[in-house]
Design a protein around this ligand. Sequence first.
Ligand code: PRP
Length: 200
Amino acid sequence: MSEQNEKELEKSEILGKVLFSGSDIIKRVSELGREITGNYKGKDLLMVSILRGGVIFLSDLIKEIDLPLSIDFMSISSYGINGASTGVVRITKDLDESIEGKDVLIVEDIIDTGLTISYLLRNLRSRFPKSLEICTLLDRDIRRISDISIKYIGFKIGESYIVGYGLDYKQRFRNLKSIYELKPDMVTKDIESLKSSSSI
Ligand code: PRP
């Protein structure tokens, strides 16, 4: 989205403050790319992204990795309660290639409770990759339920609802260059309306 249109949205009732600007993100993604390049020299690197939010991060990250690599995608549907995942996950699109013997790096936009990634780790481990690591742009560990170890983290974040750079609110805002907090009023109103509609 253009800078001008992002600024207009900032003035609206929807977007709150910028948490990470487009340039903060570009800088961090390039640092992560350099770190990954250093650690995967001579390996058979396969980067696996989880649709949909992780794709924006993946597409910027791979351009910063100075090594041969391949990419593959999975789509999952997780059963949530009031927007929070429960860890009950169903694969709706599986990987196209085998990961056996490969150095697999899962690329996520955000890890929150950790339930989704725990399921994926269990599932992918059973396919005998040579190594399996996680790279997430955002790590919200205050709501973590599963004990997981994340090798590459872009930024740590707190409780707020966020959108942009792949993260959506009702499927919108994924194309913003920066990551924004959603205005709390907006979220509260929505949660209230969800509660009243589900009690009918
Ligand atoms: C996000 C993110 C992770 C999951 C993390 O996906 O991409 O897959 O939530 O949450 P957890 O750690 O609490 O399990 P989301 O369900 O928002 O789908 P999307 O990528 O299509 O937006």
